[in-house]
Design a protein around this ligand. Structure first.
Ligand SMILES: NC(=O)c1ccc[n+]([C@@H]2O[C@H](COP(=O)([O-])OP(=O)(O)OC[C@H]3O[C@@H](n4cnc5c(N)ncnc54)[C@H](OP(=O)(O)O)[C@@H]3O)[C@@H](O)[C@H]2O)c1
Length: 253
């Protein structure tokens, strides 16, 4: 038995057109799942699907805004109709907004919370209804080390990711008795589009490399192993856990 196999599973990865979501989606498909790619850019999702097809991997596209209730309801309904099951959800879609507290517009705070936290709650609610039909499933929420830890200018983001950890614990407790596990991954600093400005900022890059025991940024593909583990039967007794993937950064004072 392959502990890490995801054969015959249907897994939705939100925000999987690029960055960490794309790497996790690819890894789900490589482990045998039919992965459902999501984001708001249909054209980019089609390109991604073609890449998976060329590699002989199974996928489908479900474009929707993770923060929009109607779009999420329709998206999950369409997964139910087309696939008849949903075994896994990775709540990855997320945005960042950097501003000093005094300049932070509430509209920007609301938009960020809608995508990062409310969207994850909504998707977990809808996906769990399909999982309950089989009394099994796995939800992986993407938190951040910037959840329990703070940095200047990202107060809304930190608040949303702290909320994700709370949501993870709450769902682990509520859904565990019904056969559904819920865990989170807390990434450190990965060189994705979200962090382009930081990667290009030499001073900041030096800071990250200096503070991280592994002395470098994370490569997006390095998130994939943790996601496959938490999704698979290798983690069958892991529930309510937050798995940090940060090169050791948050272990250092
Ligand atoms: N990169 C890091 O170092 C890091 C560290 C800790 C945590 N994280 C978390 O990891 C997740 C992915 O980050 P990333 O760096 O890969 O970001 P990214 O490169 O900016 O990619 C974000 C993905 O989410 C999608 N997305 C954004 N808003 C969406 C919405 N409303 N509905 C559906 N999809 C949406 C984007 O596609 P569209 O814009 O086309 O919709 C894209 O596919 C986020 O939750 C982030 O907070 C990242």
């Amino acid at each position: 038995m392959n502990l890490f196999s995801l054969n015959d599973q249907v897994i939705l990865v939100t925000g999987s057109s690029r960055g960490l979501g794309w790497e996790m989606a690819k890894a789900m498909a490589e482990a045998g799942a039919t992965v459902i790619l999501n984001g708001r850019d249909r054209e980019l999702l089609s390109k991604r699907q073609t890449e998976l097809e060329k590699a002989g991997l199974k996928s489908a596209i479900q474009a929707f805004d993770a923060a929009n209730e109607n779009e999420v309801l329709n998206g999950v309904q369409s997964i139910a109709e087309k696939h008849g099951q949903l075994d896994g959800l990775i709540n990855n879609a997320g945005i960042q907004h950097r501003k000093p507290l005094q300049d932070f517009e509430l509209s920007d705070y609301d938009r960020l919370m809608d995508v990062n936290l409310r969207g994850s709650f909504l998707l977990a609610r809808e996906a769990s209804k399909l999982m309950l039909e089989k009394s099994s499933g796995s939800i992986v929420n993407i938190a951040s080390i910037m959840g329990p830890l703070g940095r200047k200018t990202i107060s809304a983001y930190t608040t949303s990711k702290g909320g994700i950890v709370g949501l993870t614990k709450a769902l682990a407790v509520e859904l565990g008795p019904q056969g559904i596990r819920c865990n989170a991954i807390a990434p450190g600093f990965f060189a994705t589009e979200m962090n382009t400005a930081l990667v290009e900022n030499q001073e900041f890059s030096d800071f990250i490399e200096g503070r991280t025991p592994l002395q470098r940024w994370g490569q997006p593909s390095e998130i994939a192993g943790a996601a496959v583990f938490l999704m698979s039967s290798a983690a069958s007794y892991v529930n309510g856990h937050v798995l940090t993937v940060d090169g050791g950064l948050s272990s250092q004072v």
